[in-house]
Ligand binder design. Structure first.
Ligand code: FAD
Ligand code: NAG
Ligand code: NAG
Ligand code: NAG
Ligand code: NAG
Ligand code: NAG
Ligand code: NAG
Length: 485
């Protein structure tokens, strides 16, 4: 399926190479799009000095598209015009917000970037417990607006990803245990379609499209606006956050402790175990970050369990939710411009022997590759609330995931990329065997890009998704890196 995608991408490439503009005699993007859009819409060729101020940001340097130009629409009407003109002239495009979704194959793409940054409004309706966000909003904008109003909503754990981008793939984070996925909070969306129309998708209007964008949302249009239900703050907006660092010999005991939470994780408790390597001491270690939405006294029984394993460092904080989220910024998670890809799988359970083998393999790989800076992360969120929504309700198929494994494969230059890819593909294959699922359950938003639509959306959902694709986007103008065939 990978080669199939690359073939299509190169077809797109040749369309652009012949001529930008088949239906009009324009020689620049400004001439082609400018007359149809408002003056505040920004347009630049990739060769223009101001290009970098118009193109959207990109988090990873891995598989970066070749932008021939960029357009930052100022209004939804402008966006509609940009889509219509692009489609009429067969100009491939990718609409982006925060650029946190690298996928294999994007490096083969040539076309224009539609930067959604101007749609940056967050509108709170406290009386009805709703928030409406635009396509240029990042998670931080929601987290702070709601915190200041004494409200909360489930988001991803970092401040930097695009809010709608996270949502339309599912949306997981430390409040998933309490409230489910971000798609479970979504009540309606406004979407610019391939024809350049704006439609509403909700349980009452275009309900099949609403089903599809909750999990497979990159394939059907550009979501300009999303409205979510919100909640009163838990524990006055404060959270207990603990970081434990364990030396390598403790790894098995940690995996054994994690396994005790399988199928029985408290809703207010989330954690992730991160495998990394300390280059100053030449040793691998496990860092457990633990979040509890309540006071330290309430979290103490769980803190005790992790303390009993014997961390070499333990720091306990009690802080505002916003300060916790902001740590992702200060810890460098949001830094742009590094080469980073990801491997991911969902597990049904914690297989201690597989975790231990993976830790040993990672340790050996770090030692053999002094430039490798990657990490491997096991995220644990209670799925009890997530499972209360029937699987048939949304295109997101993997509500039964208990553990979200992902790697961040980071290296300073592409010279070790072949070794990294071979090693990580092997680790993924090993971990699949004991995942508890007979076929790969892959969270699309964490995906490398080679897993294929059955792994992202489930085999069972493909006929309906393809039918909806034929209805809403028959010419495949959306969904770069996420083919449905
Ligand atoms: C540092 C970091 C932390 C992360 N943390 C989490 C986390 O805690 N939880 C989680 O669930 N995920 C997380 N992710 C993954 C994240 O959900 C995806 O990377 C998501 O695609 C990011 O959206 P974006 O707007 O930043 O990316 P972009 O690269 O701009 O967009 C990603 C894809 O979505 C499409 N898209 C973007 N906006 C729209 C729109 N409005 N309408 C239609 N299509 C659109 C784009 O065309 C592209 O195909 C994280 C990623 C990173 C890099
Ligand atoms: C483009 O220019 C050519 C030559 O000047 C002309 O014949 C043609 O009609 C023009 N097409 C459009 C769409 O304006
Ligand atoms: C960028 O520069 C080009 C060429 O000078 C100009 O036509 C265009 O209007 C500029 N765009 C913005 C957004 O400044
Ligand atoms: C929340 O934590 C902050 C910072 O530690 C503290 O100042 C505040 O009093 C706490 N509020 C509640 C409701 O616990
Ligand atoms: C770590 O390993 C490197 C490469 O093998 C070696 O040069 C260095 O001295 C080691 N450092 C320590 C603290 O053992
Ligand atoms: C996953 O594990 C749970 C119990 O932990 C079990 O009920 C369920 O059947 C498992 N699902 C699969 C697909 O194996
Ligand atoms: C992981 O823990 C087990 C049990 O203590 C130990 O035998 C093994 O060496 C550890 N792995 C590494 C890479 O240190």
């Amino acid at each position: 399926m990978l080669s199939r995608f690359l073939v299509l991408a190169s077809v797109a490439h040749s369309m652009v190479a012949h001529s930008y503009f088949t239906s009009q005699n324009a020689s620049t993007l400004e001439e082609l799009y400018g007359p149809a859009v408002s003056p505040d819409t920004e347009i630049a060729e990739s060769t223009d000095a101001n290009f970098s101020t118009v193109v959207g940001p990109r988090w990873s340097a891995w598989e970066a598209p070749h932008w021939s130009g960029a357009i930052k629409p100022a209004s939804v009407h402008d966006l509609q015009e940009v889509v219509k003109i692009s489609v009429a002239n067969q100009i491939p495009f990718i609409a982006t917000n925060r650029g946190h979704g690298p996928k294999l194959g994007q490096g083969q793409f040539t076309g224009i970037n539609i930067n959604l940054a101007s749609f940056n409004t967050v509108t709170l309706d406290t009386a009805n417990n709703l928030v409406t966000v635009g396509a240029g909003v990042k998670l931080w904008d929601i987290q702070t607006t709601l915190y200041d109003a004494g409200k909360e909503i489930q988001t991803g754990n970092s401040v930097c990803p695009g809010a709608i981008g996270v949502t339309i793939g599912g949306g997981i984070g430390m409040m998933t245990g309490m409230y489910g996925l971000m798609i479970d909070a979504l009540q309606s969306a406004r979407i610019v379609t391939a024809k350049g129309n704006v439609v509403t998708a909700s349980p009452l209007e275009n309900e099949e499209l609403f089903w599809a964008i909750r999990g497979a949302g990159v394939n059907f249009g550009i979501v300009t606006e999303a409205t979510y239900g919100i909640h009163e703050q838990t524990n006055g907006g404060n959270v207990t956050a603990v970081t434990f660092v364990y030396a390598a010999p403790s790894n098995r005991s940690i995996w054994e402790l994690l396994a005790t939470f399988d199928g029985d994780q408290p809703e207010k408790l989330s954690f992730q175990a991160v495998i990394e390597y300390d280059r100053s001491s030449n040793s691998s270690e496990v860092i457990v970050q633990f979040w509890y939405f309540g006071p330290v006294t309430e979290a103490q029984p769980y803190i005790d369990l992790f303390t009993a394993v014997g961390p070499i460092v333990a720091s306990i904080d009690y802080l505002r939710q916003t300060d916790l989220y902001y740590e992702s910024q200060t810890s460098g998670v949001c830094d742009e411009g590094h080469i980073v890809s990801a491997r991911t799988l969902g597990f049904n359970r914690t297989d201690v022997a597989s975790y231990e083998a993976h830790f040993a393999d990672m340790t050996a790989f770090y030692q053999a590759n002094p430039d490798f800076q990657g990490i491997s992360v096991f995220q644990y969120y209670s799925n009890r609330v997530t499972l209360q929504t029937p699987t048939s309700e949304t295109a997101f198929p993997w509500r039964d995931i208990q553990v979200w494994w992902l790697t961040q494969d980071r290296y300073p230059d592409s010279s070790i990329e072949p070794q990294v890819d071979e090693f990580m593909a092997g680790q993924r294959a090993n971990l699949q065997v004991t995942s508890g699922f007979s076929t790969p359950h892959v969270y699309f938003n964490y995906a490398f890009g080679d897993e294929g639509p059955a792994a992202w959306y489930s085999e069972a959902n493909l006929p309906k998704l393809r039918e909806l694709k034929a209805k809403w986007d028959p010419d495949y103008v959306f969904g770069n890196g996420a083919p449905l065939y």
